[in-house]
Design a protein around this ligand. Sequence first.
Ligand code: F3S
Length: 402
Amino acid sequence: MHLTNDEEMILKGDRGEGAQKAMELLVAIGEAFDANRMIPVTRAHAASSGQEGDLFFVEILAKGNAMCKVPTTTNPIADFEYFQKIINIADEHQEASVAWRTKECYKRIGAIMSQSCIPYLAENIPEYGEHVAFSESSATPYVNSVIGAFTNRESIQTALAAGVIGETPEFGLHLKENRVGTVLVNVEANLKDGYSYSLLGQYVGKKISYGIPVLTGITNRPRIDQYINLCAMTNTSGAIPMFHIPGFTAEAKTVEEAFGGNTQHERIVVTDRELQEIETELQTATGDIDTVILGCPHYNLDQMSQLAHLLKDRKVRDGISFWVNTSATTKLLAEKTGYVQTIEESGARVVVDTCIDMFCWNHLKEMTGMTDSPKCAYYRRFGPVKLGSMQACVAAALKKEK
Ligand code: F3S
């Protein structure tokens, strides 16, 4: 890789040990992927988990006095004391203390504590054409596909290093020629709600594993929550950093343009049958449930509105714990608008800054859960799982009306 004088100086430790470690990581990645040079990034998002692997690197940066050079947001990192106030969870001492230490390190290096897995909607929004470094399952494809910014499929650590240096190695999706479609996905399924998009994403990611799908057959512009679900699930069951829906997503108006003129590509068809099969494959429970978890990825304001509408003047059955995950920013707006009050009057609880893959959910481990998210089903900290749309989750949790 060709490095400028400034970059060489950072690599030698001129800006401190933290920046040096960040640069070492970026250069190693660049060399592994045959990058010729570093390019500037304007923002980054680190998919922080508050777990050991996350702490390991951010602590090195913090101890080495690194500071973020460009706006760098974070994913959820659960807080023990916050959860203790909401529900009397056991003192998961080890996991809680790792999470706390991780959070302190992020603050020390000047990261923005958004603690949201959908930062591209509020706290850290790239524009079309910006080069950025975004990790997190929904964030990478959303930024590339829906917004038309340029990011590789980053890890927590590479995104963080890019945030500290303000640069990333130029390879992969930072180069226009690598952003063309590889597989045609003809969607014949009835995409009636956000949940259908989750199942579509789960199926497509699993089926093609890696590549850039070009989806045809979608005739209505997807809503933001539908895009988020498609992004999150394709990039969880598979490693899909980008897709095109010609006419709707940012970069390609036609199928030909999406494939860059290449006509030799794989084709798959997705019907209702494939969506049903993928749903059945993920379910490990039937019958009654003990808990509902929504908001993986974090619910946005539209979803909070939909949920408030479904729960208005209704009550969650005794014995069912019903949780809704969202970001602090969304919750603030949802409170001002009255959604949070309506949701919580039903007996459901709205929580912020946390993720379904964190210690605060360990108390659910013996329970049968229901969720609208295949990703939550995959990472769950509860027992057997049922899947269904938001409406189905609500229906399963409500008191029967007389
Ligand atoms: Fe967000 Fe955690 Fe789900 S980061 S997408 S709530 S697994």
